[in-house]
Design a protein around this ligand. Structure first.
Ligand code: SF4
Length: 339
């Protein structure tokens, strides 16, 4: 057992920025244990939408509890887990049990680096039917190599004691026995400790989104070495798969600009001529037939009233060229639309 300079126990908390991990940290701190936070970043996190100015609520940890937080990225190896999770998917392509195992394995290495004495999470028994039931919590603990060593302060009284509780290093009587989806107890406690007044949901994940999942399935099918960097463009535009090529059509001005910024060096860019319309990019092998198809898509989503018009296309190796094409029928678009 190691300890901090003040001879305090040091706990490493996995924190999402949500209410549960905030409260779990407070419960641990109340035992005069020092806490350091660890947050995992990934392109799948949608928290920023809800917490534009608060970095996903993570500032609360520092402001309210004085907790220093470290950040780690989920890396390319995470995508192999998304492709083939040992414990299956949730409703969409979210591999929640494997995802927990992945981050806990990384947290274990990190804990060693900073000499943390134990790891804890804000998990609550039965809060999520598939990934947080008793069996799932046990699997996560075992598979991450933390059997008997993973503390869940919010539900500890409903779980087998950890070795730290058994050794008397952590006072089990001051841990909680919360279960289920309702956050009423957590909110009551958060108010009591003056942590916050309103419930806030955090930890939104694109892998639980049906539309993003379809894009992800398609991406993994066509990419043997998936890269986290590629996840950015899966977030924007309408996606079409045509003859092994991916065609992405911007849905608005913001997306058009983003697509131009993130396009690869070999991607073709298409825009309808003299009319407001989308920016389209073509990824992967592109022959005349594919460019023709992408041009028709581009015209179909433009403001052009007539059915026939001109589309300009180019890539970094070629000068701009014009193509005169006819718009696609809706039913033809659906056949190749990924979502
Ligand atoms: S919702 Fe997403 S981030 Fe959360 S456990 Fe599941 S896969 Fe991981």
């Amino acid at each position: 057992m190691t300890s901090t300079q003040n001879n305090k126990l040091l706990g490493l908390g996995l924190i999402s920025g949500g209410l549960d991990s905030l409260l779990a940290s407070q419960i641990i701190k109340l035992q005069n244990i020092e806490v350091v936070g660890l947050n995992f970043k990934s392109p799948f996190c949608t928290c920023d939408k809800a917490y534009k100015n608060s970095d996903c609520g993570l500032n609360l940890y520092h402001e309210k509890l004085g907790i220093k937080t470290f950040f780690l990225q989920k890396e390319d190896d995470y995508l192999e887990i998304v492709r083939n999770p040992k414990f299956g998917y949730g409703k969409n392509i979210n591999p929640c049990i494997d995802c927990r195992i992945y981050i806990l394995k990384k947290a274990k290495v990190f804990a060693k680096k900073i000499n943390a004495d134990f790891i804890f999470t804000g998990e609550v028994l039965n809060q999520r039917p598939k990934s947080q039931n008793l069996k799932a919590l046990k699997i996560v603990e075992e598979e991450s190599g933390l059997t008997g060593k993973l503390l869940r302060p919010l539900s500890a009284l409903l779980l087998k004691p950890t070795i730290y509780e058994e050794q008397g290093l952590i006072d089990r009587s001051r841990l909680l026995g919360i279960r289920g989806r309702s956050r009423s107890i957590q909110l009551e406690l958060a108010r009591k400790y003056n942590l916050l007044n309103e419930y806030f949901a955090c930890g939104g994940c694109l892998l639980t989104d049906a539309s993003f999942s379809s894009r992800m399935v398609d991406y993994l099918l066509y990419n043997k070495n998936p890269k986290m960097d590629d996840m950015t463009y899966l977030k924007y535009g309408r996606h079409f798969r045509y003859k092994n090529s991916k065609i992405i059509v911007g849905r608005n001005e913001v997306e058009n600009k983003i697509l131009l910024q993130i396009k690869g060096p070999h991607d073709f860019v298409l825009q309808a001529k003299d009319v407001v319309g989308p920016t389209t990019i073509v990824q992967g092998p592109a022959n005349d037939e594919i460019i023709q198809f992408a041009a028709k898509l581009t015209l179909s989503y433009s403001d052009l009233k007539e059915s026939q018009g001109t589309v300009v296309y180019s890539n970094s190796k070629s000068n701009s060229s014009n193509l005169i094409v006819v718009k696609k029928e809706n039913k033809e678009l659906f056949k190749v639309h990924i979502l």
